[in-house]
Structures are given as C-alpha cells and as structure tokens.
Design a protein around this ligand. Structure first.
Ligand SMILES: [Zn+2]
Length: 383
C-alpha cells in the first residue's frame, strides 16, 4: 500500500494512505456529534470540534505506536520493514517476509497490543490523576478506552489480526507445519471476518449507520488478507530452496522469427496450451531473439495469422528478465509479478540460453507439489 510519505522514525518510513483522511473525518465527526456533546454538554461547538480532532489525531498516533511495536520487534529478528502506512482501517506494517519460527511470530504479534496496553493504562491513569482542564482529561480518557478497545479487538484469534497470528504460532508449534497452521488460522480468521460482516449488516439494517459499514469493511479486508497470506505462505514454502534450474523448461526446438503464425500454430505450438519456444535471433551476433508462447498466438488476431510472423508477437529478448540457473525460484516469481513480462529466460555465464520459466511453469509446479502433498500422483508431470 502506497501513500503520502510523512518521514522516517527509527529508520522506518511512515506514510499516510489517502483513505486515512476518510477515517480522520469519520472519527472526528462521531466524537464531535456523539461522545463529547453527551459527556460534556457545556462545551462550545468550537471547543467540542477542536477536542474531537485532537483526540482523533492522537488515536492515530497510538495506532502508529502499535505498528511500531510490531515493526521494531520484527526488525530485531532480522526482518526488514518496508514501512508503516496509516489507512482507513488503522495501520499496517509492511514486512519483507514472515517470521521464521513460531516463537518469533508470537512475540512479534504480541508487541503491538503490548504498546497499546501501555498507552491505554498510562492515559487512563493520567485522566484519573489530572485535575483538569476538562478537555485534556476528556482526550486522555478517550485515548485510554480506545486503546484498550483496540487491544481487545486485535487479540481476537482471527488471522490476520494479532490474536490470529498468536493462534497460528501456537498451531505451528504443535504441528511443525507452517503451511497447515496458516491455513487453519486463516479459516478461523474467515469465520470471524464473516461474523463482522454479518454484525455490520445487522447494525446497518437496525439503523446503526456508518459503524455497520465500517465493521463489514473490516471483515471483507480480513477475508482478503487471510486468503492472501495463506496462499503466500504456501508459495514461499514450496519454493524455498528451489533454484531456477529445477523449474525451467529446456527448449525442445526453436522457432524462426520469420515463420508465419499460421505455420507456428499448425506445426509447433499446436496442442501446446501453455508451452513456449525460443525464437532464433535475426542478428547473427545475438544468442536468441525472443520467446514465443502459445498465449501470444491466442492474443494475435486470427485473421492475420497468414501474414503476421513470430517476430511480430513474441516477447523480444531485450524485454525478458534474465536469471541464472542458481537464482532462487521465489526471486524469479517476484520478477514476473513486479515486471512487465510474464516469462523469464535462464542463461549461463556466457549468456547462452539454457531454458525459460513462465507463469504457467509455476502453476504446474504448485499443482504437482499440492498433489504430492495430498499423497496422490500428479495428473500431469511438471515440465
Ligand atoms: Zn497489531
């Protein structure tokens, strides 16, 4: 999630997503129209609004502190932190990778709520001890209650909430299987998420207004996050220690750049749903000209098959990410996801083409690995 950069704190980039301003307005509005006027009817409109805005800003400072709790512990475990972003539903710390042991995961998960407890207890204590002024006491009391409520919510055992991460760590410790633990924790997370959506919908129907939409939105984002994390954990696990050489497809034959698509479709790429073939270079000094996949054929207009040539629709060598046989498969996947090309070539130290990896290679690899995991023989051997 990208946003407006605010600056760095403890070497960690802090940013604000534009959606955060909606949260700011909504929280300030709720405080200025509900909580403060009913608790302090004597305040002027200006005093009420000013207090509401300050209380909301400080609440988000607490949320930021909570995320710093997670981030600083993660960094102390050697996990790089890309940054913290405040958005409509609170804050999120972007970690480069997941913790590598259940103990570390639990400790990282609990660090955020610990910070919130500390802030909650300190602000409630100060609100109790300070004689005034009334506005300061009101803000402190609000921060105390809000931070403790944040702790209760975050410790619900629904992944990816902090409590859900603790649950995953526990399941991980018991089964020693991080993929299974994540899947189980994600299921619990989705049960909670659907609960939030149902509760939000009920609240909306019963006239609870914006709070219902909020809760439903939290639930919906939790479902997305739970699914994405479960998928990513499985992918990380399957690709861990796998070099590009083990995944790559070695070219069985080469295409000529001048071959018409008609010919390529009939002769070489026929029945090869997800296959690719290297294309010889037009320039004799070059190692190869590009890579042509069955996908490219499908994208090309069929009525031009007799005129268009392979070189017109292939991905030219210059636009292909190049990796070595030793490059980690996870790194290749990252290149394909972040770059423009959906395929990469594997070359040796001399730049000679050894093979290629495209998005379908990964799909086949994952399918085969999942079948093995279930104890079945894979329906198709991985290419
Ligand atoms: Zn947290």
């Amino acid at each position: 999630m990208k946003g407006i950069r605010l600056g760095r704190l403890f070497g960690i980039e802090v940013a604000i997503h534009p959606s955060w301003f909606i949260a700011l307005a909504l929280f300030a509005f709720t405080l200025a129209n509900g909580f403060f006027p009913s608790a302090y009817p004597g305040w002027s409109a200006v005093a009420t609004w000013a207090t509401a805005v300050i209380a909301t800003l400080l609440l988000f400072v607490s949320v930021l502190a909570h995320e710093f709790g997670h981030s600083l512990v993660a960094r102390s475990q050697g996990i790089p932190v890309r940054g913290i972003t405040l958005f409509i539903l609170g804050g999120v710390a972007q970690l480069e990778r997941e913790p590598d042991s259940p103990g570390r995961e639990a400790w990282m998960a609990i660090a955020g709520p610990l910070v919130s407890v500390a802030i909650g207890v300190a602000t409630l204590g100060a609100a109790y001890a300070l004689p005034g002024p009334e506005q300061v006491v009101a803000v402190l009391a609000y921060l105390g209650v809000a931070n403790l409520a944040l702790v209760v919510f975050n410790l619900l055992p629904g992944f990816p909430l902090d409590g859900g991460r603790v649950l995953r760590a526990l399941l991980w410790r018991i089964s020693h299987d991080v993929v299974r633990a994540t899947r189980q924790a994600a299921v619990v997370g989705q049960v909670f998420a659907w609960g939030f959506i149902a509760l939000g919908a009920a609240q909306l129907v019963l006239g609870g207004g914006l709070g219902g939409i909020w809760l439903a939105l939290v639930g919906w984002l939790m479902i997305q996050a739970a699914r994405a994390t479960a998928r990513q954990t499985e992918i990380d696990h399957l690709l861990s220690g796998v070099p590009a050489a083990r995944l790559m497809t070695t070219p069985e034959s080469w295409l000529s750049p001048y071959m018409t698509l008609d010919w390529a479709a009939k002769d070489r790429l026929r029945d090869w749903e997800s296959r690719c073939l290297p294309v010889a270079a037009e320039d004799p000094a070059a190692e190869f000209g590009g890579l042509m996949c069955a996908r490219d054929l499908k994208r090309a207009p069929r009525d031009r098959y007799d005129r268009d040539r392979v070189r017109d629709v292939m991905t030219p060598a210059l636009r292909l990410p190049t990796v070595t046989p030793e490059t980690q498969a996870a790194e290749v996947l990252r290149l394909l996801r972040e770059g423009e090309a959906d395929r990469a070539v594997v070359v040796d130290a001399g730049g000679r083409l050894l093979g290629f990896i495209d998005v379908d290679t990964f799909a086949r690899f994952f399918n085969a690995a999942r079948s093995r995991r279930r104890g079945a023989t894979p329906p198709h051997a991985p290419a």
